[in-house]
Ligand binder design. Structure first.
Ligand SMILES: NC(=O)c1ccc[n+]([C@@H]2O[C@H](COP(=O)([O-])OP(=O)(O)OC[C@H]3O[C@@H](n4cnc5c(N)ncnc54)[C@H](OP(=O)(O)O)[C@@H]3O)[C@@H](O)[C@H]2O)c1
Length: 325
């Protein structure tokens, strides 16, 4: 039996239950790993409250990101051996001292990436990669708006966008978070709980607006985010920290300047193994080379997963959060 955090019925942080579970020997195509760290992500709260249905029913082990060492290999697995260091993003099963993993979803970690870094960045960092390199290709001279710029995905988007030569504008919920966003590469910050952020974006850009808005907030920043985008620019709505955006009339995209709007998710972008490896390797390169740092600003014992969720949803966290089994 191993320690894990399970959800037996959807609800608030209180439904996260610390208990022992059985982890069987790996089946065909699976590996078993001993986890050194588990990532905490906003998506974990969507599954916990039932906004995203669990693909494995109830109860389920919470968590979608982690890193550890291979302790057993199932039949038909050729690419991994005992002792390999791996990181992953997989729907559910993450908050556990040990777990089974489909081998085709595991990625070997380079020596210069620690377990804690990997658990803090596999999901958030690969998301930043596809948003900046594929959803909208950011280049030198681009101007980008990053909402929740001091958050887990936010600090990575700011650093990486800056390294690509973009002007980075970040919205944040407090002055402390503004300092963190600036320390992580944002050139300008906007206190979006106090200031009208489209007006500020207009001022900062001299009326030119942004090539792309990366919006993980959803309900509270829509449709105002569209007013920050230049004609024929891109609205990348990649999350719903304040609740989902309600159905809207597509003609608004014409009125706001022939905009492109997309609702991307990492799962689609790394569905093929070759894309998973390419995306992960690009992340390992920028982090290994020091261009992007992964601030692990909150670390909790696995048994304190409830507190981790309270802090994340209470807007008390910055950068990445991990649980340590
Ligand atoms: N589509 C994908 O592939 C993908 C992948 C990863 C993450 N995401 C999304 O990206 C977003 C960020 O994820 P994360 O894990 O890095 O979380 P995070 O940004 O570390 O935490 C969420 C932040 O959102 C801001 N926020 C604004 N309104 C909020 C509200 N009503 N309640 C709570 N927080 C609010 C808060 O920052 P301020 O105090 O500064 O406002 C808070 O710290 C989430 O929406 C997540 O679902 C999407």
């Amino acid at each position: 039996m191993v320690a894990a955090v399970r959800v037996h019925k959807p609800g608030g942080p209180e439904v996260l239950t610390y208990e022992d579970i059985d982890v069987p020997a790996p089946g065909a195509g699976q590996i078993r790993i001993k986890q050194h760290a588990c990532g905490v992500n906003y998506i974990d709260t969507y599954f916990r409250m039932g906004m995203y249905p669990s693909p494995v029913g109830l109860p389920f082990v919470s968590g979608n990101e982690g890193a550890g060492e291979v302790t057993a290999v199932g039949p038909g697995v050729a690419d991994f051996k005992l002792g390999d260091r791996v990181g992953y993003v997989v729907a559910l099963g993450g908050y556990s001292a040990e777990r089974l993993l489909p081998a085709e979803r595991a990625v070997k970690l380079p020596d210069n990436i620690s377990y804690e870094q990997a658990a803090a960045m596999m999901l958030k960092g690969m998301t930043a990669q596809y948003l900046l390199r594929r959803t909208y290709k950011v280049e030198k001279g681009s101007t980008i708006l990053v909402h929740a710029a001091a958050g887990g995905v936010g600090v990575i988007l700011c650093q990486w966008g800056n390294a690509l030569g973009a002007t980075v504008i970040g919205t944040v919920g407090s002055n402390d978070k503004a300092r963190i966003a600036k320390a992580n590469g944002a050139h300008h910050t906007i206190l979006y709980r106090e200031e009208d952020f489209p007006t500020k974006v207009k001022e900062i850009t001299g009326g030119k607006l942004c090539d792309v808005v990366y919006d993980g907030i959803g309900k509270d920043t829509f449709p105002a985010s569209l007013d920050c985008i230049r004609p024929i620019g891109t609205f990348a709505s990649f999350g719903s920290a304040s609740g989902p955006i309600e159905a809207f009339n597509i003609n608004i995209l014409q009125q706001k300047g022939s905009l492109f709007a997309t609702r991307p998710t990492l799962n689609t972008y790394v569905a093929k193994r070759e894309d998973l490896l390419k995306t992960a390797n690009e992340l390992f390169e920028v982090v290994g080379g020091g261009r992007v740092k992964i601030p692990v600003n909150q670390k909790y014992p696995l048994k304190d997963a409830q507190q981790a969720h309270r802090d994340l949803e209470g807007r008390k966290t910055t950068g990445s959060t991990i649980l340590v089994p």
